[in-house]
Design a protein around this ligand. Structure first.
Ligand code: 2P0
Length: 343
């Protein structure tokens, strides 16, 4: 190679699941017990940005996350870097000496951690995508490598509507994400995130789901009897742009996920009183409007993600502002997003 330095910069967006991933069958490879399905949001709204510099003169590998140095030996980072390099070496996709050079990684999110939104999905998707650019693995399947960083990250590798199939192989090679439909298929679908203030420290997703797998009875029922049908109904709802069906399945799956969290022992309590009020208000709103105009879904925290059609955004926003005026007592701010398509 002529040059002694190479650099790439990439961005990757957040995704919000409508059929939740909860539970692993293999902790170190991050293999899930059920399929999941999500919508990837626009990078203009919520995303991670990662710059990687490889330099023949660097003496150490360095990882800086949101301005703070991280331990490069972190198991998840190591798994991603090693796997990408192994594939590049096997395929001979880049010069051999490039694989020897140390790398400096700098990553940041364009949304505040205080917003309470999970950044591991966009963060690891961005890290793995950037590494794939650096080592010229552009046309290769990389969602299984992003998965080794954080399960939900594999879904952020693709835009639009994305399914993560759990796979059946022990090595996880078939536990990958794929696009169900591009964002352009349903451009008027919007997302509104209500950031619910909450000071309580929640149990992290990784340990919460591990506890659910061991202690919850309901999780077995969900995996066997509910998720396969839901994936089927959700895929059909997306294909038909059937908002009412999409909303019903989204809300039922969120509720069942949180029921499993409560069936976990000791329980994982992620939703708070404001979250439950939002649920009640939305059902009441849909009932009085005479049709389902909004769907809620909650991840491992109290924030509500609302799915709705563009024509109803104004009406729903005025409803949200009416029930949660910004009085600092019981406030819900919002972030708006749309599904995104990207290369
Ligand atoms: C999801 N969540 O499908 C579900 C819904 C949270 C609730 O994916 O251990 O941070 O890194 O694989 O990916 C959060 O799980 O967990 C998650 P690890 P991750 O979006």
């Amino acid at each position: 190679m002529d040059s002694t330095q190479l650099s790439v910069t990439c961005i990757a967006p957040v995704n919000i699941a409508v059929i939740k991933y909860w539970g692993k069958r293999n902790e170190s490879l991050i293999l899930p017990i059920n399929d999941s399905l999500s919508v990837t949001l626009s990078t203009a709204d919520l995303c991670s940005k990662t710059k990687i510099i490889a330099d023949a003169k660097f003496t150490d590998n360095v990882m800086i996350l949101n301005g703070k140095e991280e331990n490069f030996e972190n198991e998840r980072i190591q798994r991603c870097v090693k796997e990408i390099k192994a594939r590049a070496a096997e395929l001979g996709s880049c010069p051999k000496e490039l694989l020897e050079w140390k790398i400096h990684i700098e990553s940041e999110n364009n949304f505040p951690t205080a917003a309470g939104l999970a950044s591991s999905a966009s963060g690891y998707a961005c890290l793995v995508y950037s590494l794939a650019q650096l080592y010229d693995l552009k046309k290769q399947e990389i969602s299984d490598i992003a998965r080794m960083g954080s399960g939900s990250a594999c879904r952020s590798i693709y835009g639009g509507f994305v399914q993560w199939q759990k796979g059946i192989q022990l090595d996880g090679k078939d536990s990958i994400a794929f696009q169900v439909a591009p964002a352009s298929h349903w451009p008027d679908l919007h997302v509104l995130i209500l950031v619910v203030n909450d000071s309580k420290k929640k149990i992290g997703s990784t340990s919460g789901m591990a506890r659910s797998v061991v202690t919850s009875e309901l999780i077995k029922y969900r995996v066997e009897k509910c998720v396969p049908q839901r994936i089927h109904s959700m895929t059909q709802a997306i294909k038909d742009r059937d908002f009412s069906k999409f909303a019903e399945v989204t809300m039922k799956d969120s509720n069942q996920f949180h029921a499993i969290c409560l069936d976990t022992f000791p329980p994982c309590v992620y939703m708070n009183d404001v979250s439950h009020e939002i649920v009640n208000y939305i059902h009441e709103f849909n009932r009085t409007e005479g049709e389902t105009k909004v769907a809620y879904t909650f991840d491992a925290g109290p924030n509500a993600c609302l799915y709705l059609l563009e024509k109803n955004v104004k009406r729903v926003l005025s409803f949200v502002n009416h029930i949660f005026p910004n009085d600092n007592q019981k406030s819900a701010e919002y972030v708006r997003g749309i599904p995104v398509e990207y290369e």
